[in-house]
Write a protein that binds this ligand. Structure first.
Ligand code: HEM
Length: 218
């Protein structure tokens, strides 16, 4: 490998990718501390919810393990370098991701069963499974560009676990939303996440005007 390859400047796309993953990591750390750590240490505002979590532990343990696996697999699966160097591992981790999404979705629906959050959670779980299944099928069909797009949508739904908890410490968000607004909120977070990803995927087409070809096609 030549020295010029070693010190080649990073393209703006890869700088954007690094900035994005660092931001997602910092947001995840913030949510882990302000939601999960405070929940474990019995922060007074979360006390009633903590009791519910303890009662739900049999479903929550597989749910959390599956969700965490999907959340942590993302950065490896999206890394071009990791894919190029460890393709077999990328495929195995991809299968584990698919499995985790299905386990996470069904345990999520079971957790919400009989509660006002069921419609929102079911819609979120359906979006999670549809995007992930489309990503799996396009990978099997070797439609790699489209596979990446569906994986980005799937991971956007995975990340709603984090994004929907950013405001948890704000008492008005945590305790005064009401059941209906909370269910609508889950749907809104899912839809917004998917729209943001799709705007990102089409950013070039949205910001660049194509020159008309001499043949005059539209
Ligand atoms: C990164 C992926 C995910 C992880 C790591 C994860 C983990 C957890 C954890 C630790 C809890 C209990 C503590 C808390 O609420 O903060 C929980 C609750 C719950 N999760 Fe997930 N989850 C993920 C994604 C999802 C998704 C996509 C759904 C929708 C299908 C879902 C549905 C639920 C439900 C319904 C509850 C119980 C909430 C309640 O009863 O108010 N989770 N999850």
């Amino acid at each position: 490998m030549s020295t010029s390859t070693l010190i080649a400047p990073k393209s703006s796309a890869s700088r954007f990718k690094i900035a994005l993953w660092v931001s997602l990591g910092l947001i995840t750390l913030f949510v882990f501390i302000t939601s999960e750590l405070l929940l474990v240490t019995d922060y007074p505002m979360y006390h009633a919810y903590r009791l519910q979590v303890i009662a739900d532990r049999h479903l929550l343990i597989p749910h959390t393990l599956a969700g965490l696996t999907a959340l942590l697999a993302g950065p490896f699966q999206f890394s071009s370098r990791f894919r190029q160097r460890h393709l077999a591992l990328h495929r195995r981790l991809g299968l584990l991701y698919v499995l985790s999404v299905f386990v996470g979705s069904f345990t999520g629906i079971a957790l919400a069963a009989g509660r006002p959050g069921l419609p929102g959670t079911s819609m979120q779980a359906a979006a999670w499974m549809v995007c992930t299944t489309a990503a799996f099928i396009t990978a099997r069909n070797r439609q790699i560009k489209v596979h990446r797009q569906w994986m980005a949508r799937s991971y956007a739904v995975t990340f709603t676990f984090v994004s929907s908890r950013i405001l948890n410490l704000w008492p008005a968000y945590w305790s005064h939303l009401g059941d209906v607004l909370a269910a609508v909120g889950v749907i809104a977070f899912t839809l917004a996440s998917l729209l943001i990803v799709d705007l990102g995927l089409n950013w070039h087409e949205l910001t660049t005007r194509r020159n008309a070809s001499p043949a005059g096609d539209i």
